[in-house]
Write a protein that binds this ligand. Structure first.
Ligand code: ZN
Length: 133
């Protein structure tokens, strides 16, 4: 299995970027028909999630909900001043795994894979590995 890197330039401090298309291309390139696609974010203030990509308001509402749960300022000690971003990244997590069936990501009809930026804009990347046969 080969790991590939997908570049993810973000444009705002907080942003959900639908990376489903880019990940699908990596699955196609892998030649795997049946297996699993593993996606990993090697950053401490960004994460990954899977959620609805039909109505863009869903991603907007998740970001707004996370902002209410984790305020930008508060009783934080981290000198970099971005503790809210670290906390949000830990809440959403740094990996997602999607089954690969018939050579394609087996996502639900309304599901998309989102890169979750919490301290942008920055030049980010994800690692993608496809295991199977
Ligand atoms: Zn920090």
């Amino acid at each position: 299995m080969k790991w590939t890197q997908v570049e993810v330039p973000t444009r705002a401090r907080t942003q959900f970027l639908d990376i489903t298309g880019a990940i699908s291309k990596e699955v196609a390139k892998s030649g795997v028909n049946t297996g699993i696609c593993y996606i990993y974010v090697p950053h401490t203030t960004a994460g990954l999630t899977i959620n609805e990509n039909a109505d863009p308001d869903v991603a907007r509402d998740i970001l707004a909900g996370l902002a209410r749960l984790v305020p930008a300022t508060g009783d934080y000690r981290h000198s970099e001043g971005n503790s809210d971003a670290h906390i949000k990244a830990s809440l959403v997590g740094f990996t997602v795994n999607v089954p690969v069936i018939d050579g394609r990501l087996a996502l639900g009809t309304w599901q998309g894979i989102y890169f979750c930026e919490f301290d942008g804009p920055r030049h980010r990347h994800v690692l993608v590995g496809v295991i199977g046969e």
